[in-house]
Structure formats: structure tokens, C-alpha cells
Design a protein around this ligand. Structure first.
Ligand code: NAD
Ligand code: TYD
Length: 334
């Protein structure tokens, strides 16, 4: 592969993928195509070499813009999405537009151009909650909030283009991802940055009920790279972190690392339809040669340190659009 298009490459995982690809593949050129929604941020790409990277601002639901940008690319890797569950509960129009229609548009565009690979970055949340054991790729989908339902819709429309038209579509389903440059609406950066400012940590359900499986962002990027290059078209690959933790465990670790105490924890009303536990089996991706490498304790420590050292990155985010969202989502949490 000489040139790939990364849609949503100015977001959290997409920008880590861009950095990873450019570092690993010296002859590769990347076209990042991103709408720059509230979550898109060119600061995330400030370190990439401009000689090997082109940025185009555009919407994946815009056919003409996608066709023009994807022309001559060997692959399209889609990260573009509305990605936050709580926002999808407040209103889901954009989730349907980007996560379903946008993916449909990418599939149509790849079909028109004869693009050699279309990889759709998806999520373990499409399987829904599981009490014990882990979901495999063949399990039925049971998304339980508008975000994950829209992601499942995108997966289905994409895979239908493999069955119907032979379009070489691949799907990855990663678990909860953490690391630098994550928009501070997600639990880890929200709690770290609130703790730094001695602001309350709004924990749903006391944090003992809900379990997430944590995957370090560079491990996720490596997994997507592995599936892009070695995966079989038409197939789905789970990318699991292998680090299941109750939310209270993560919260206590953040408090420990920031030197704050548990009085900062504030119990707030639960998220409606809150999935209790996510767990996926990644045997299939392991057979391609991928496995996550970051130790959870170390990964969280490095990540907390990154937010402590990079206030320039998150302070301007938290003083912008984020404030209106925070007030709407949490009211005045005191
Ligand atoms: P993010 O919200 O940080 O970034 C999303 C990016 O997509 C932003 O740069 C945004 O500007 C862009 N975008 C949104 N709508 C667009 C549109 N219509 N056209 C073009 N660009 C658009 O998200 P993230 O956390 O980096 O997640 C990336 C992908 O990985 C998503 O598809 C998400 O569903 C999936 N995923 C995320 C996690 C996680 O824990 N964050 C886990 C598994 C899978
Ligand atoms: P989140 O980071 O939103 O990811 P997802 O919903 O995609 O798993 O939330 C992770 C977990 O943290 C989830 O169980 C909800 C919980 N959570 C809180 O307790 N308080 C919060 O303010 C947020 C954003 C999440």
C-alpha cells in the first residue's frame, strides 16, 4: 500500500493510527479526511510529517468530497463517527447521519473507485452487554443505545457490500480505548482533568456495577493495521484489551495517580440503558499475529501523566463547546 485515506483521522484513535502508520511504513502517504466536528482536532496531528500527510476537511456523507479525496488511494480506513454514548442519548440525528449514512457513502464510493480495501473501525458495544463469558464475531448483535445501534447499522451496510458486490470490506470491533488525545467527555480523560482541577468525578451507579475492557490506543492502532494488511475481506475481527475493570477500580487508580481522595467522587443518576459489562474474544485477531502489549496499570499511569503534562491540549477544549454539553449532561454536579 502506497496511499491510504483515513477518515476521522483528526479524532482520538484515528490520529494515533495516522502516527502509527507513518512511523511503521516509511513509503506510505496518508490522506486524512475529517469533518472537524467538536471531537476533531488538528492539534492531534501536529507532529505528523507534512510531506507524507495531506489533510482534507470534509464529511464522509458527502459523495463528491469522498470520491475526490479517495481517488488513487489503496485503502480507506474509517474512524469517522459520532462516538459518545451519552450524547447519543441526548439526541441521535448526527449518529445516524455519520455512523450509518456516512458508512454507506464510503462503501458506494469505494465500489465506484474500485478501492482495494475498506476497513470499518467498529466497537464491541454492537454486541451489547454480557453477564459472563465473551462475545465472538459470530454472536448476534444487540446494541442497546443509539450510538451502538448506529455503529451496528454501519457494520451491516458495509458488510452487505461484500456479500452483494464483492467489495473488500473488513470490520474491526475494539474494546474501550484509552490514551493521550482522547476528548475529555469520555470517562478516563474526564475524570483525570476534573481531578486535576478538584472538580467532582460524576460516577454512574457507584462504579461497582459496570465493567469495561480497556485497550491502550497504540495497541488498538496496531490491531487495525494488522487486520488491514493481513485480514480476510468480508470478515470481522474483535480487538480486545484483556483488561476488564469495574469503573470504581479505574476511578480509584486515577485518584491515586493524581494524588486526590475519594471525596471527589460524586454519585450521579445512571445512564439510561447503561450496559453492565462488555467482553469480547479476540482469538481470531490473535491468529493474525496481533495482541495488545500495554500493561493496564502502566498504561493508565502514562496516560494520566500525559494529561498532567499537556494542559495546553485539554484546557482549551474544556473551556469551549464542552461547557454547554457538560451543563446539559450533568447539570450542576457538586
Ligand atoms: P472521536 O470522537 O475522538 O473522533 C471521531 C472523529 O471523526 C473526529 O475527528 C470527528 O471530527 C470525525 N468525524 C465525525 N463525523 C464525521 C463525518 N461525518 N465526516 C468526517 N469526519 C467525521 O472518536 P474515537 O474515540 O477516536 O473513535 C474512532 C472510531 O473508533 C469510531 O468509529 C468509534 O466508534 C470507534 N471506537 C471507539 C472506541 C473508544 O473507546 N473510543 C472503542 C472502539 C471503537
Ligand atoms: P465512556 O467513557 O462514556 O465509554 P462507553 O460508554 O463507550 O463505555 O464510559 C465508560 C464507563 O464509565 C461507562 O460504564 C460509563 C461510565 N461513566 C461514568 O460513570 N461517568 C461518566 O461521567 C462517564 C462519561 C462515564
Amino acid at each position: 500500500m502506497k496511499k491510504i485515506m483515513v477518515t476521522g483521522g483528526a479524532g482520538f484513535i484515528g490520529s494515533a493510527f495516522v502516527r502509527w502508520e507513518l512511523a511503521q511504513h516509511p513509503d506510505l502517504h496518508i490522506v486524512t479526511f475529517d469533518k472537524l466536528t467538536y471531537a476533531g482536532n488538528l492539534d492531534n496531528l501536529k507532529d505528523v510529517d507534512p510531506a507524507r500527510h495531506t489533510f482534507i476537511q470534509g464529511d464522509i456523507a458527502d459523495r463528491e468530497a469522498v470520491l475526490a479525496a479517495a481517488e488513487g488511494c489503496d485503502a480507506i480506513v474509517n474512524f469517522a463517527a459520532e462516538s459518545h454514548v451519552d450524547r447519543s442519548i441526548l439526541g441521535a440525528d448526527e449518529f445516524l447521519e455519520t455512523n450509518v449514512r456516512g458508512v454507506y457513502n464510503l462503501a458506494e464510493s469505494a465500489k465506484t473507485l474500485g478501492t482495494a480495501r475498506l476497513l470499518l473501525v467498529s466497537t464491541d458495544e454492537v454486541y451489547g452487554s454480557i453477564e459472563s463469558g465473551s462475545f465472538s464475531e459470530t454472536d448476534r448483535l444487540n446494541p442497546r443505545n443509539p450510538y451502538s445501534a448506529a455503529k451496528a447499522g454501519g457494520d451491516m451496510i458495509g458488510l452487505s457490500y461484500f456479500s452483494t458486490f464483492g467489495l473488500p470490506v473488513l470490520v474491526t470491533r475494539g474494546s474501550n480505548t484509552y490514551g493521550p488525545y482522547q476528548y475529555p467527555e469520555k470517562v478516563l480523560p474526564l475524570f483525570v482533568t476534573n481531578a486535576v482541577d478538584d472538580e467532582p468525578l460524576p460516577l454512574y451507579q457507584g462504579g461497582e456495577h459496570n465493567v469495561r475492557d480497556w485497550l491502550y490506543v497504540d495497541d488498538h492502532a496496531r490491531g487495525i493495521d494488522c487486520v488491514l494488511r493481513l485480514g480476510t475481506p468480508g470478515e470481522i475481527y474483535n480487538l480486545a484489551g484483556g483488561n476488564e475493570r469495574e469503573n470504581i477500580t479505574l476511578t480509584r487508580r486515577i485518584l491515586e495517580l493524581t494524588g486526590k481522595d475519594e471525596s471527589l467522587i460524586k454519585l450521579v443518576p445512571d445512564r439510561p440503558g447503561h450496559d453492565r459489562r462488555y467482553s469480547i474474544d479476540a482469538t481470531k485477531a490473535h491468529a493474525l499475529g496481533w495482541k495488545p502489549e500495554m500493561d493496564w496499570n502502566e498504561g493508565v499511569a502514562q496516560t494520566v501523566r500525559w494529561y498532567q503534562d499537556n494542559e495546553w491540549w485539554w484546557r482549551k477544549i474544556k473551556s469551549g463547546e464542552f461547557r454547554a454539553y457538560y451543563a446539559r449532561q450533568y447539570g450542576t454536579v457538586k
